[in-house]
Design a protein around this ligand. Structure first.
Ligand code: NAP
Length: 264
């Protein structure tokens, strides 16, 4: 359940990359529960099939198309198939991303390239394909899932931080160029979210509590918190919001000194 009426996305079609697992799956489910017809796309067919079946068992309408967001022809195929099946596309959530924790000297040349290719170039590829094929005709929404890394240095995540800072920048540029087409472009930057692949990988090196329960709000966020923020951005409540990166991280990204004062 969310605070929004469950019909606010009725008649809308949403493409969620990486929508078969983790945060992307929760976003897709939440958009579906609020009326959107779904297309989920990523590389692993078995995950796509399983998630799609799960959604359908919950009464949601979902198609899936295997796709590597690094490949422009595959990305264009996904957009074409979505429009062919559902008659259009209104919402794009660029969630697909790679991640592995490593110090700068421990990242291979190819590993760095791979993260930039998936996170940044992948976001660009799907955005361009969706804009040209359909969004520019009738407007819509793009929400990029990034990370709260801009303006700070992040140990073990130099490759991800570089790629996601590029995504943040792309979000703002797309908002500027696409605004006249009636397209709002925003980003959501999750902190450490419980029960996710990203958190599992990072906590293997940082410890379960770092970056999560040590945040000002004092607890690790849930995937639903991210889905709720995406839903807000898609709703009329955010009608005048574009080009923004909204951190949903319990305040960790603004907490410089990490001092906790005793409560009165
Ligand atoms: P996840 O479950 O590993 O999700 C990543 C998704 O991206 C997977 O479904 C994966 O599917 C897909 N993907 C990876 N490479 C792809 C490619 N080349 N082409 C198409 N799809 C690809 O991770 P998550 O933790 O939920 O993360 C979701 C998003 O939140 C990411 O953008 C991540 O950077 C961001 N984030 C997460 C956290 C966190 O705490 N979890 C924190 C900050 C930011 P396939 O393997 O099937 O391709």
């Amino acid at each position: 359940m969310t605070t929004f009426c469950n019909d606010i996305l009725n008649g809308k079609v949403a493409l969620v990359t990486g929508g078969a697992t983790g945060i992307g799956k929760e976003i897709a489910r939440t958009l579906g529960r609020h009326g959107a017809r779904l297309c989920i796309a990523s590389r692993k067919q078995e995950n796509l099939e399983a998630a799609s079946k799960e959604f359908e068992s919950e009464g949601l309408e979902c198609m899936w198309v295997p796709c590597d967001v690094r490949e422009a022809d595959q990305v264009e195929h996904v957009v074409r198939e979505t429009v062919r099946r559902f008659g259009g596309l209104d919402i794009l959530v660029n969630n697909a991303a790679g991640n592995f924790p490593a110090p700068i000297t421990g990242i291979s040349y190819n590993g760095f390239k791979s993260i930039v290719d998936i996170d940044l170039r992948g976001t660009y590829n799907v955005t361009k394909a969706a804009f040209e094929a359909t969004l520019k005709e009738h407007g819509g929404h793009i929400v990029n899932i990034t990370a709260p890394f801009e303006g700070v240095g992040v140990a073990m995540q130099a490759h991800v931080a570089a790629a996601k800072s590029g995504v943040d920048s792309l979000t703002r540029s797309c908002a500027v160029e696409f605004g006249p087409y009636g397209i709002r472009v925003n980003a959501v930057a999750p902190g450490a979210m419980a029960d996710t692949e990203g958190m599992a990988r990072f906590s293997s090196v940082a410890g379960e509590t770092e970056g999560g329960s040590s945040c000002p709000l004092g607890y690790i966020g849930a995937k639903q918190d991210i889905a709720n923020a995406v839903l807000f951005l898609l709703s009329d409540a955010a009608a005048y919001v574009t080009g923004q990166v909204i951190a949903v991280d319990g305040g960790v990204s603004v907490d410089m000194l990490k001092l906790r004062l005793p409560k009165d």
